[in-house]
Ligand binder design. Structure first.
Ligand SMILES: [Fe+2]
Length: 133
């Protein structure tokens, strides 16, 4: 599975695109660390960073949607909240498992799928709407 941001995922809003690229980078880093079976102390900060960065990104994206009066902002907020919960679950599952690498490997598929699907089907509509303004 490709873990790279590709041009077809461009929303057309620079701030959002740049942050999406960073999320792919951070998710890939975590995925690589999992494949390399790195230690819990190494992986935990990666999960932490991805979690913090994702929250920041969602806050910025939601602020942008508010600014342009985007009509589907509530759906977006619900989806974002759901993903934040999944990252929180990953964080606690990983900790409770004592650093079981399978937790990371399974979650990575979920994370990358979510990112690709969410950007492709939901975030791209923000850019399409912005173009009509
Ligand atoms: Fe979004």
């Amino acid at each position: 599975m490709s873990v790279k941001w590709t041009e077809d995922l461009s929303v057309g809003v620079d701030l959002i695109d740049d942050q999406h690229k960073m999320m792919f980078e951070k998710a890939s880093e975590l995925f690589e660390a999992g494949k390399e079976r790195r230690a819990q102390e190494y992986i935990e900060p990666l999960i932490e960073f991805l979690d913090e960065y994702t929250k920041k990104h969602f806050a910025d994206e939601e602020a942008y949607m508010e600014k342009i009066n985007y009509p589907e902002i509530d759906t977006q907020k619900r989806m974002h909240a759901h993903f934040i919960n999944q990252l929180a679950k990953l964080k606690s599952d990983f900790k409770e498992s004592g650093g079981n690498i399978l937790v990371v490997l399974n979650a990575n598929k979920m994370i990358l799928n979510w990112l690709v699907e969410h950007i492709r089907h939901t975030d791209k509509k923000i850019g399409e709407y912005a173009k009509t303004l």
